[in-house]
Design a binder for this molecule. Structure first.
Ligand SMILES: [Fe+2]
Length: 101
C-alpha cells in the first residue's frame, strides 16, 4: 500500500516549455481550473462534510492561484514584452496534464 501511494509522487512530470515564466503560467491556469472544479463540485453535493472539504480545497486553490499570479506579474514587470508571447503560448495551448503516469 505504501509503495502504491508513493508511486504517483515519484512519476516524472514534464511540461514542454523553454522559458521559466511558462511553468508559472501553466500553474496559474491550472490552479484557477482546479479552484473552479472544486466550486462546481461543491455546488452539486449535499453531504455537509463534503461541502466543507470542497470549500476548503477551493479556497486553497484560490491561494495557489494568487501566488502564481504574483509570480507571473513579477515576470511581466521585470521582463516586459519579452515574456508576453511565452505566457500567451501557454494559455492558448493549455491542457490539464496528469500529475502521475
Ligand atoms: Fe493547487
Amino acid at each position: 500500500m505504501r509503495a502504491r501511494l508513493i508511486a504517483p509522487g515519484q512519476a516524472p512530470f514534464e511540461l514542454p516549455y523553454d522559458h521559466p515564466v511558462q511553468f508559472f503560467s501553466y500553474a496559474l491556469v491550472q490552479e484557477k481550473a482546479t479552484q473552479i472544479y472544486y466550486q462546481q463540485l461543491r455546488a452539486v453535493v449535499s453531504d455537509p462534510v463534503l461541502v466543507q472539504v470542497l470549500a476548503r480545497l477551493s479556497r486553497d486553490e484560490a491561494r495557489h492561484f494568487t501566488f502564481m499570479a504574483d509570480v507571473v506579474a513579477q515576470y511581466l514587470r521585470v521582463y516586459g514584452d519579452a515574456v508576453v508571447d511565452p505566457v500567451r503560448d501557454v494559455i492558448a495551448n493549455f491542457r490539464m496534464e496528469r500529475t502521475c503516469r
